[in-house]
Design a protein around this ligand. Structure first.
Ligand code: SAM
Ligand code: SF4
Ligand code: SF4
Length: 371
């Protein structure tokens, strides 16, 4: 059945109605797309709201009190999320990451964690179940998340200098509370913990070395992320991207590094270890070094749209199937069919594309589908 574009009243991003294909695509765990890429990693956004206003993600001027956040009825319920996730897992997903917006703002998120933690991969193993958070509520929630079955967390932190951090989150949130959240996560056993730092040239590059020194010698892996041209609201400019190669050079000059082997195919981070054995760091070069060739990630939006790429302009509406009378097999078939047709490789094509003038289809926001 061909897909058609349908206008959905409470959806701000265009969606294709996900269709059940005439020929079933059973979940065998062996799914691959048009470029031979398997489906291994599912990122689930549980809210489009956040208590921070990081300028590279939810700039205050756009995400103000009049911003049309999704109404609660539009959000997938925990039962709906788990049902969809189960079909993804049957198709070969091994890792699920909860994200947002700020996932810890979703009420009773522990219940969802518990439901997802009960799923098993096609090999009968537990899922790698993780969550990305800005850390603001982590001190309060680390224990209950662990008890619910969460394995680990990734915490975003863009600097150690309080003034720099307060200005980057743009809600004057103190760095000490995020550090306390990281400590609580460590005490609760939510490791190995990763800390993500988005590097914006001219804004926080002077925080690279202090961050490296702070986390060196701990079991926390610090990862530097190139500022990306996601969404359409952050006013991205190439000259604000600090290439990962420069980050590595800068750290290596003071704290010598050696390159490590990738931990798994499709891993986004390039790994570097401290030559003196003081742990490792990672760099995620989404802009300067495309890793689309191994991209095995799907993203499920808060309202149940499936996105095949972080830079997609269109999702596939699974919610209508979930809330219609589709069976699990039909839902799995629809997902399989969509993945079969996937050809996305935005980062590889970026340099050969015309600059985004804002006149074409609007790219989905990071806060809507998560990182
Ligand atoms: N609120 C949570 C947090 O900040 O960790 C989860 C959602 S956030 C959208 C997920 C990740 O995306 C964060 O690590 C954030 O730093 C990253 N991110 C957001 N906008 C970005 C951009 N323009 N470039 C690179 N990374 C970005
Ligand atoms: Fe919120 Fe995370 Fe986006 Fe910052 S990066 S505005 S914390 S969703
Ligand atoms: Fe995957 Fe799209 Fe990023 Fe390429 S640009 S790595 S296809 S999400």
């Amino acid at each position: 059945m061909a897909e058609r574009v349908i206008p959905l009243v409470d959806q701000r991003f265009a969606a294709l109605a996900a269709a059940v294909p005439a020929q079933a695509v059973p979940a065998t765990g062996l799914l691959s797309d048009t470029l031979g890429r398997p489906l291994r990693d599912l990122r689930i956004s549980v809210t489009d709201r956040c208590n921070f206003r990081c300028s590279y993600c939810m700039p205050k001027e756009v995400f103000d009190k009049d911003y049309p956040y999704l109404p609660h009825s539009a959000l997938l319920t925990f039962e709906e999320i788990t049902r969809v996730a189960r079909q993804f897992v049957a198709h070969g997903v091994r890792k699920i990451r909860l994200t947002g917006g700020e996932p810890l703002l979703r009420k009773n998120i522990e219940i969802l964690v518990e439901q997802l933690a009960a799923l098993k991969t096609v090999d009968g193993l537990p899922l790698d179940l993780t969550l990305t958070t800005n850390g603001s509520l982590l001190a309060r929630k680390a224990k209950s998340l662990k008890a619910a079955g969460l394995q680990r967390v990734t915490v975003s932190l863009d600097g150690l200098d309080d003034a720099v951090f307060r200005s980057m989150n743009d809600v004057d949130f103190p760095v000490a509370e995020v550090l306390a959240g990281i400590e609580a996560a460590r005490e609760a056993g939510l490791g190995p913990i990763k800390v993500n730092m988005v590097v914006k040239r001219g804004t926080n590059e002077h925080e690279i070395l202090p961050m490296a020194r702070h986390f060196k010698g701990t079991d926390i892996v610090l990862r530097f992320i190139e500022y990306m041209d996601v969404g359409a609201t952050n006013g991205w400019r190439m000259d604000e991207v600090l290439p990962s190669a420069e980050v590595v050079k800068l750290i290596n000059a003071e704290l010598p590094l050696v390159q490590l082997d990738p931990s798994a195919r499709g891993e986004t981070a390039e790994r570097w270890g401290y030559a003196d054995g003081g742990g490792e760091i990672g760099v995620i070069s989404s802009v300067t070094q495309a890793f689309c060739g191994d991209c095995n990630r799907a993203r499920l939006s808060t309202e149940g749209q499936l996105y095949l790429c972080l830079f997609a302009t269109q999702g596939h509406d699974l919610r209508s199937l979930v809330r219609g009378n589709a069976s699990d097999e039909e839902l799995a078939s629809a997902i399989g069919n969509i993945w079969h047709g996937r050809a996305d490789r935005y980062s590889q094509l970026r340099s050969s594309m015309e600059p985004d003038t804002g006149k074409g289809a609007r790219r989905v926001e990071m806060s809507y589908i998560g990182g």
